[in-house]
Design a protein around this ligand. Structure first.
Ligand code: LMR
Length: 391
């Protein structure tokens, strides 16, 4: 009789969708599932700037000895210089295994600083936000951020949640290109929110995973920069998966921005201590590649150009979907990779099973997964399952 008893594993629905799509033999299949950028041939290419940086790394790297708990500190510094502007207060951070690793360290450090605090998360959100933060021991409360049926942001709900929060609570904010809705609050709403966060002493934890893929890098970083200059402390979890295309290399960083240097430097040391207990040190390759790109003006410009190509393709796809089918006009107004279509679970199931159109169970589509010549079939499939747009 086995002694080692485990509960039934709960497969991750998004990752399960990848497997299901791969196994589907229908030639006309369309992949709008997991959040991965694809070009118009359906490929997720390695960026040219990344390839060049990898070549240089191979030539230059002298050792693969340990770097330390906070990883490649030069990477952390130059990524920080890209993300934060010169008005930023003190910003110190640590390299992490992807944006998920950064979020985990954010949840852990928050739990150390405020063990009685509540972390507020707007719904809908990236499905891993809740399990990831709760498994760090954090108490989570949710509020409704977005109406799927009307495609409207419920900004008053967001303000009400912060207003109701206690001093020392925290809130997860999508820095840009909200996942799964593509619906971001406006600049003036960010300003209003930032003032309330200061007043209520609520800590913003910014999840920054799609910067550069909405309105361009500078515009996409504006909200994060506004928060770091306005709020006494901000945790920023940054991913290089999407904008550098380094998905499997698990490249990211967690930053503490503080108006007091001692708080930020102490946080950096604590990030390292937490990492030691979980994975000890982050993997080097992706961070070394990003460092090489950001430290070389020519390579950096090449990367920015490639990023711009991705952004333009996503915007063009959004506009084409809306032009093709005006019931999708909200898609053209939203930003980044995702939109959340007002579909029932039955309609989603029918799209997958009857039309080979793969999307997340909640109706989220990855716009960047669509090829231009697939738009017509996507729209026809939507019409045939009775989709008629937002309320
Ligand atoms: C997504 O939302 O599809 C991506 O962030 C991939 C993931 O890890 O869920």
């Amino acid at each position: 009789m086995a002694q080692f008893k485990l509960p039934e594993p709960q497969p991750d629905p998004l990752l399960q969708l990848i497997g299901k799509y791969r196994e589907d033999t229908r030639e006309e299949k369309i992949d709008l599932g997991v959040g991965v950028y694809r070009d118009d041939h359906g490929n997720t290419p390695v960026l040219e700037a990344v390839k060049e940086a990898e070549n240089r790394l191979q030539q230059e790297q002298k050792s693969k000895s340990y770097l330390g708990l906070t990883g490649d500190n030069e990477f952390v510094e130059c990524l920080g210089m890209l993300l934060f502007n010169s008005d930023a207060p003190y910003v110190y951070g640590a390299q992490t295994p992807g944006g998920s690793g950064a979020l985990r360290l954010a949840a852990e450090i928050y739990n150390i600083a405020h063990p009685q605090g509540t972390l507020w998360i707007g719904q809908p959100t990236w499905p891993n936000h809740l399990p990831l933060t709760e498994s760090a021991g954090v108490t989570v409360s949710t509020f409704e951020y977005f109406s799927k049926s009307s495609q409207q942001i419920l900004f008053d709900n967001m303000l009400a949640a912060v207003d109701k929060a206690s001093a020392g609570d925290a809130i997860i904010l999508h820095g840009c290109c909200h996942n799964p809705t593509g619906a971001d609050i406006s600049h003036s709403q960010w300003q209003q929110l930032a003032v309330l966060l200061v007043e209520k002493q609520v800590l913003p934890i910014v999840d920054l995973a799609y910067h550069g893929l909405g309105d361009g890098l500078e515009d996409d970083l504006a909200a994060t920069r506004l928060l770091t200059t306005t709020c006494a402390e901000v945790l920023v979890a940054a991913s290089c998966s999407k904008n550098f295309g380094l998905y499997r290399d698990r490249t990211g960083a967690i930053y503490m921005s503080s108006h007091e240097k001692a708080t930020a430097t102490r946080a950096q040391a604590v990030f390292g201590q937490i990492a030691r207990k979980i994975y000890s040190m982050p993997p080097d390759h992706g961070a070394a590649v990003v460092r090489i790109i950001l430290q070389d003006d020519t390579l950096k410009q090449q990367w920015l150009d490639e990023l711009q190509t991705m952004t333009v393709r996503i915007k063009t796809l959004r506009q084409s979907m809306s032009d093709f089918y005006p019931a999708l006009n909200f898609v053209a107004e939203q930003k980044g990779m995702f939109s959340l279509l007002p579909l029932s679970p039955e309609q989603v199931n029918s799209l997958i099973e009857d039309h080979a159109v793969y999307l997340a169970g909640d109706g989220r589509i990855n716009v960047a997964g669509c090829q231009t010549d697939q738009i017509e079939r996507f729209v026809t499939s939507l019409k045939s399952i009775g989709f008629s747009g937002a309320e």
